[in-house]
Ligand binder design. Structure first.
Ligand code: NAD
Length: 297
């Protein structure tokens, strides 16, 4: 029987576990606070930000909303970041990507105080992760580690293939999995758009993490019997539904399920974990900033 790894259930456990840390902070008179900054008219970005706010509300994190006209000069965004960096009541800052073309995304990532960088994309935090002493782990790969642990998947000694080398998923995933740690200690191969014979690589893997953004590109033929499949992809494809589309992953779920011993679905797999780990990082940021010893799930 293939195990369908339930990201909604594991994310709910993480949120419940965070309640203890939030209560400890409350005893010390601290309410963790996440500031989100949106500089976009894109409905998807607006939806992501509003979901982050409702997640915060549910667990008792204060969420503050900053919106900047997408036509405004980049300096308006930089000034907002500077103000949030200087505000001691704000523990986490999240600038929703993508940004308008006239804004330098790298400058934005560098500008956020690394101690408030709950996405974990500041170069200092990336460096710390690579060096093996992370402050904030990026939410999606951190969530995947928690998901694998919850499904009792041992990464120690496992051959893991990560498909995708982006800065937000593929690279930090590989970096986390090679760390000398309980949820690491894997042997990792990172594949990407220039990889030759991807199927040979994925077939040799005990665990495949698919993060390419290509609908259903990994099917059962590309997998070995009994492997574990983590599908990060969220792709809109045209479909005969009310909305005119449906969301599919990077994995062809039906054929992959026939081979895998465990697999994450889309939706309901990695997505909810990404959301939960943002809360996790915000609670950690508050504990660190206020020197309160917070236990994290
Ligand atoms: P990206 O476009 O930045 O990176 C995609 C990577 O995949 C690139 O490194 C590219 O080299 C590689 N790639 C592309 N085509 C390939 C191919 N045919 N074979 C092998 N490698 C190939 O994307 P991203 O931001 O890393 O996101 C990847 C997917 O994960 C997207 O579908 C995105 O929507 C989804 N995503 C989901 C979550 C979540 O919480 N579930 C979070 C982030 C991203």
């Amino acid at each position: 029987m293939t195990e369908i790894i339930d990201g909604n259930a594991v994310a709910a456990e993480i949120r419940a576990g965070l309640a203890d840390g939030i209560a400890t902070l409350a005893d010390a008179g601290v309410t963790p606070c996440l500031a989100t900054v949106l500089m976009s008219d894109d409905p998807a970005s607006q939806t992501y930000v509003s979901m982050k706010h409702s997640d915060c509300e549910e667990v008792g994190i204060e969420a503050r909303d900053y919106e900047i006209d997408p036509e405004a000069p980049a300096d308006d965004l930089y000034a907002t970041i500077d103000d949030l960096n200087a505000d001691p009541s704000v523990h986490g800052i999240l600038v929703q990507m993508p940004l308008p073309d006239h804004v330098d995304e790298r400058e934005v990532l560098r500008r956020i105080d690394p101690a408030k960088d709950v996405d974990g994309f500041h170069p200092e935090n990336v460096g710390r992760l690579v060096a093996g002493h992370p402050r904030f782990k990026p939410c999606t790969p951190h969530g995947i580690q928690k998901l694998l642990a919850a499904a009792d998947v041992e990464t120690e000694g496992a051959d893991v293939v990560v498909v995708g080398r982006s800065n937000i998923v593929g690279k930090p995933m590989a970096n986390l999995l090679i760390q000398k740690s309980k949820l690491g200690n894997a042997t990792v191969t990172v594949c990407h758009s220039r990889t030759t014979d991807l199927a040979a690589k994925t077939r040799a893997a005990d665990v495949v993490v698919a993060a390419a953004g290509v609908p259903e590109m990994i099917d059962g033929e590309m997998l070995s019997e009994g492997c574990v499949v983590v599908d990060v992809g969220i792709n809109r494809v045209e479909a005969d539904t009310e909305k005119g589309y449906e969301l599919v992953g990077d994995v062809d779920f039906e054929s992959a399920k026939e081979k895998a011993s465990a697999i994450t679905p889309v939706p309901g797999g990695v997505g909810p974990m990404t959301r939960a780990m943002l809360l996790w990082n915000t609670v950690k940021a508050a504990g660190d900033a206020e020197a309160v010893d917070v236990e994290l799930p």
